[in-house]
Design a protein around this ligand. Structure first.
Ligand SMILES: NC(=O)c1ccc[n+]([C@@H]2O[C@H](COP(=O)([O-])OP(=O)(O)OC[C@H]3O[C@@H](n4cnc5c(N)ncnc54)[C@H](OP(=O)(O)O)[C@@H]3O)[C@@H](O)[C@H]2O)c1
Length: 285
């Protein structure tokens, strides 16, 4: 058994990782800034520690007794007025420093597919700047670089529920998105194993047009899709960046993902159709 600190367990991926590690018999300590958000995963946790990765003073003993650290801490939809640099880079760096002080053996971190090639995007650069620190620290490490998560694909399902899906560009670029549970299996393997850099996506490769068609098919509704020209969206990105750099950077990231192929080595078995069926049976998000 390994004792693992999971940072990010209040989020989509981290919750699945906590469950996967617990199912394998590991001891799981969760770090959360809002422990109340751990309700749905609490049965998979042995310990909960309240701490804030952006405040190093709260991390002093966070890693004591731990053999491994897993972190999926990063800004996705959070609007705390913090930058990607503050959280994705510095927050994880503060956690790494605590892990080094405590003599933790292995640190597994989640960046994004094609990270090293996309460093002109602020969100990706913050992730990869942390990866640089991780590699230079001397700790044993693994970097996961997944494609898009099913949780993000859920946004398309919600658009379909609302009657129309908006796509960026032609919709012909392809992605193989991954379910959090399938990704968690490989994250737990990374905690247990010795691989260092792992590119991965889900089992099916779909164009964005196919993702949209699938969402409407599951809802049994006629497909209504509007494609915003890529040049127009980049013009909007430039404008938004002037007024709100953070939102502009997020839009730049999504636009890049929508207009390039994002296809990584496949893993897992969970399909997007099954995920959309699951969402259909639930209340609206
Ligand atoms: N979504 C994708 O398609 C995708 C693809 C590739 C890589 N990634 C990366 O994978 C990682 C995990 O993604 P996810 O979808 O699981 O994200 P998520 O559901 O938003 O979870 C992110 C975690 O980071 C924590 N966090 C965010 N801002 C924080 C702050 N200011 N201080 C402390 N903790 C903070 C969250 O805590 P709270 O719950 O308290 O906010 C949460 O536990 C992210 O770094 C993301 O960039 C995502």
């Amino acid at each position: 058994m390994t004792r693992v600190l999971v940072a990010g367990a209040t989020g989509y991926l981290g919750g699945f990782v906590a469950r996967e590690l617990k199912a394998r018999g590991h001891f799981v300590r969760a770090l959360a800034r809002s422990p109340a958000k751990l309700e749905s995963v609490k049965d998979s946790l042995d310990e909960v520690t309240e701490a804030q990765v952006t405040q190093p003073g709260t991390l002093e003993h966070i890693c004591s007794g731990m053999d491994g650290v897993f972190s999926s801490i990063g800004i996705t939809r959070q609007r705390d007025g913090l930058t990607f640099r503050d959280v994705d880079y510095q927050g994880n760096k503060n956690l790494l420093d605590a892990a080094l002080r405590a003599g933790v053996g292995r640190f597994v971190y989640v960046s994004a597919f094609n990270g090293p090639r996309l460093r002109h995007l602020e969100i990706v650069d913050a992730h990869e700047a942390f990866v640089d620190e991780l590699k230079a620290s001397g700790i044993e490490y693994a970097v996961m670089r997944p494609t898009g998560y099913f949780s993000d694909m859920g946004e398309f399902f919600e658009m379909a529920r609302n009657g129309r899906i908006w796509l960026i560009g032609s919709g012909e670029n392809r992605v193989n998105p991954i379910h959090g549970a399938d990704l968690a299996v490989r994250c737990a393997d990374a905690i247990e194993g010795d691989l260092r850099e792992i590119d991965l996506g889900g089992p099916e490769t779909l164009s964005w047009n196919q993702v949209a068609a699938l969402a409407f098919a599951v809802l049994d509704r006629p497909a209504r899709v509007t494609r915003a020209p890529e040049w127009l969206v980049w013009a909007v990105v430039r404008l938004v960046r002037l007024f709100n750099r953070h939102q502009g950077e997020l839009l730049a990231f999504f636009t890049t993902m929508a207009t390039t192929d994002v296809v990584a080595p496949p893993t897992g078995a969970r399909t997007l159709g099954a995920y959309f069926q699951e969402l259909k049976g639930k209340e609206r998000a």
